[in-house]
Structures are given as structure tokens and as C-alpha cells.
Write a protein that binds this ligand. Structure first.
Ligand SMILES: Cc1cc2nc3c(=O)[nH]c(=O)nc-3n(C[C@H](O)[C@H](O)[C@H](O)COP(=O)(O)OP(=O)(O)OC[C@H]3O[C@@H](n4cnc5c(N)ncnc54)[C@H](O)[C@@H]3O)c2cc1C
Length: 377
């Protein structure tokens, strides 16, 4: 089949790869004019995806990850108050993204193509772009356009993402920026600090080029803080160019007042071992945490994957692996030739939704156990 994908981030590229592996003619349309380099932090390794790719003859060394040995909670003085074994290998968003791009056939990703509208008939889907370029016709369209998915809102009017009541300040900083003694406790451990309505965590991820060498790796940190006041959220989401962003402000785009707030609050509220990470980070970034759940993961010839289908809370550590699971299961569902793809997608959507339901429920429960987010009623 000819398959078009709207959105060229992790979910879109993962689908492009699995659907290409199973013999389809796949094209990805990404609104960003250039590849999305260096935008993300850490992600857990995509085991199901790795298995699928190895079964289809791909070597995936670039997705290798920094191992984590312990999960340590510290107090405001930096003393360890709880220490458990933890064997979660962390990769980086960049390593996964670059690895996916490198495995796709040349010319499969089309940058600067913002999907503006779609029209479906009995035989296919027409996809139109906002630059007025020629529409594309496909047998199936995969919507991988993220948590604020325009396609989800078009298919299911009223289905929009909702702010969960807290934000994540984030950053990535080179291991080599510190004297080893100053960060020795943080190396190859996940370190967490919890205080009133906030949770800080950090762990090592591979270097931007995927290297796992000591010194070349990077600390990924996330600082979740309750922010119920929408005017403060709006101010934080307004970047240095004065533009109000939808749900995230990318590295290098935080405004001076937001940066000053972050640095001051980190100095005042975090143990020194953690505030030194924030202080040394050149380009911190920000994400407002939101929930989104599509009423169905497919409608007609259009399938929804990744954050467009459902946006999981980051505490489940599974947004990327859920996206990879969507990609593997969709490719398996579409592997057998069929005269009518609509019931196949319907069936896939129902099975996929029940498979991810436990994760949808787990995220808000975990957040609440950390005192994060709006209280549930
Ligand atoms: C604070 C935070 C921490 C996280 N931590 C982790 C973690 O540790 N582990 C983990 O596995 N996951 C984590 N996640 C989740 C993870 O980032 C996502 O779930 C995963 O990357 C899947 O994203 P996606 O590809 O569906 O959407 P996105 O990455 O949002 O990509 C959507 C893409 O679609 C493009 N697009 C949008 N509209 C259009 C259009 N109309 N036409 C064309 N292109 C369009 C966008 O430019 C973008 O490239 C975290 C998320 C947050 C918010």
C-alpha cells in the first residue's frame, strides 16, 4: 500500500520504518523545515522495536544506552535516604531519532510539509499541505502529529489535550562540565529529590553522537513543579521571541525572565548536587504536562499513533516505547494484503487501545503519589 505519515518525530519515523520493513511504500510529511536534531532528553530503550528491527535484518547499535544501577532518593542536604536497585538502560531522544532516520530509505522524509487537511473517499485519502503544494493520495494515513494533533481534532472534534496542572523544566548538560568528584554519586544512577509539589530526577544518557564513553555522556534532568496558575504557565510558555507556545519551549527559546526564575528557584530549592546541573545547563527547555486520549485510535483509513493517539504522563517512562509499540503492532496488522483496510484498522485500534489502557491509568496515579498535578475528584 501507499502509506502517508503526518509527523516525522519518534512515532512517525518508527511507523515509517516498520511499515517499510513489511513492504509498503511509505512517505513521511514533517512540518519542520529541517531534521529535528538535539531537541530531546532521555528515553528508555525501545526493546520491542529493537527486536522487530533485528527480525527484519537491521543492526541498531546507535540505540545502545547508558546503564543505570541504582535508584537513589536524596534529601535537601544531598544525603541518600533511599537506595534501590534499578536496571533501566537510558538512551537519548537524539540517539533514537538519528538511528530511525538512518535506517529509512533516502527521500522517505519530506521536511517543511505541514498537513493542513485531509479528505477521505472509498478508495483512499487525499492529504493537503498548507504551502499549497500538490496534494498527496495514499491508501492509509498515519497521524503521528503529537499531543496537540490537528488530525485528531479534525477526526474527533472536541478531542483536545488538557493541561495536567504541572510543568517540567528540563535540561541536558555534558558530564565533562563537572569535576568527577562533584557528580560521582550521580553517575550511572538515577537520582531523585522530592519536595512539596515538585520532583527532580536525573540520569546519564549517551552523547549527542550516541557515544557511551565516560566523559562524553550527558546528564539529563527533569524538574516537575506544580503550576496551577494559568497566567504563570502562559508566561513560561512565552519564548524569547515573544511568541506564546502551545505546550513546550525548545532549548534556546526560553525567555530571560523564565531563565532567571529557573536559576533562582533551583538555587533556593534544590540540593547543591542537583542545582549545579541546572546552573551549568546552556539551554534548558520546558514542557507543560498534558493529557490527551483520542476516542478511537483509527477512523476510516486514518490511524493515530504516538502522542496523537494518547499522551501518557512522562512518569511512566513509556511515551517513546508506546510509540514504538504502536509502530510494530500497526505494521503487523497491515502485513497481510487485504481488499478492505478499514476493518483491519478498526480491529487494530481496539486492540491497541486496550493494550495501552493500563499505562493511561498509571500516569496520573504516579503523579499524584508525588503530589503533582490537579487533585482527582
Ligand atoms: C516532560 C516529558 C518527558 C518525557 N520523557 C520520556 C521518557 O523518559 N521516555 C519516553 O519514552 N518518553 C518520554 N516522553 C514522551 C515522548 O517524548 C513522546 O511520547 C514520544 O517521543 C512520541 O512522540 P510523537 O512522535 O508521538 O510526538 P512528537 O514528538 O510531539 O512529534 C510530533 C511531530 O509531528 C509534527 N507535526 C505536528 N503537526 C503536524 C502537521 N500538521 N503536519 C506535519 N507534521 C506535523 C511535529 O513537528 C513533530 O515533529 C516525555 C514527554 C514529556 C512531555
Amino acid at each position: 500500500m501507499k502509506i502517508a505519515i503526518a509527523g516525522g518525530s519518534i512515532a512517525g519515523l518508527a511507523c515509517a520504518l516498520t511499515l517499510t520493513c513489511t513492504g509498503h511504500d511509505v512517505h513521511v510529511y514533517e512540518r519542520s523545515a529541517t531534521p529535528l536534531r538535539g531537541r530531546g532528553g532521555g528515553v528508555v530503550v525501545l526493546r520491542q522495536m529493537l527486536r522487530f528491527l533485528e527480525d527484519h535484518g537491521h543492526r541498531t547499535r546507535a540505540m545502545l544506552a547508558v546503564p543505570t544501577h541504582r535508584r537513589r532518593w536524596i534529601d535537601s542536604e544531598g544525603q541518600v535516604i533511599r537506595d534501590d536497585p534499578e536496571l533501566l538502560p537510558f538512551s537519548s531522544w537524539d540517539a533514537v531519532y538519528r538511528s530511525l532516520c538512518s535506517m529509512l530509505p533516502p527521500g522517505a522524509i519530506h521536511y517543511g510539509r505541514h498537513v493542513a487537511s485531509v479528505a477521505e473517499d472509498a478508495h483512499g485519502v487525499d492529504i493537503r499541505f498548507d504551502d499549497g503544494s500538490a496534494p498527496v493520495r495514499a491508501d492509509v494515513l498515519v497521524a503521528a502529529d503529537g499531543t496537540g494533533s490537528r488530525l485528531r481534532s479534525m477526526l474527533f472534534p472536541g478531542s483536545v489535550s488538557s493541561y495536567a496542572g504541572y510543568i517540567a523544566w528540563r535540561g541536558v548538560v555534558n558530564e565533562s562540565a563537572f569535576h568527577r568528584d562533584d557528580v560521582s554519586d550521580l553517575i550511572e544512577n538515577m537520582t531523585l529529590y522530592q519536595s512539596d509539589a515538585e520532583l527532580f530526577m536525573t540520569f546519564l544518557i549517551p552523547a549527542l553522537d550516541g557515544s557511551l564513553e565516560t566523559g562524553a555522556r550527558r546528564f539529563n534532568w527533569l524538574w516537575y513543579r506544580n503550576e496551577p496558575d494559568m497566567s504563570s504557565v502562559g508566561a513560561f510558555l512565552t519564548g524569547r521571541d515573544g511568541q506564546r507556545h502551545h505546550a513546550s519551549v525548545a532549548p534556546g527559546e526560553l525567555s530571560e525572565p523564565s531563565l532567571a526564575f529557573l536559576h533562582r528557584t533551583a538555587r533556593e530549592r534544590l540540593p547543591h548536587t542537583l542545582s549545579q546541573l541546572v546552573a551549568a545547563t546552556d539551554t534548558p527547555f520546558l514542557q507543560a504536562i498534558s493529557d490527551a486520549l483520542s476516542p478511537s485510535f483509527a477512523k476510516g483509513r486514518i490511524a493515530l499513533v504516538g502522542d496523537a493517539a494518547c499522551t501518557l504522563r512522562p512518569h511512566t517512562g513509556s511515551g517513546t516505547s508506546k510509540a514504538a509499540g504502536d509502530a510494530v503492532s500497526l505494521a503487523e496488522a497491515l502485513a497481510t494484503p487485504t481488499a478492505d483496510v478499514v476493518p483491519v484498522l478498526d480491529d487494530w485500534a481496539a486492540r491497541r487501545r486496550s493494550a495501552v489502557e493500563p499505562l493511561i491509568l498509571k500516569g496520573p496515579r504516579l503523579a499524584q503519589s508525588f503530589g503533582l498535578g490537579y487533585p482527582s475528584h
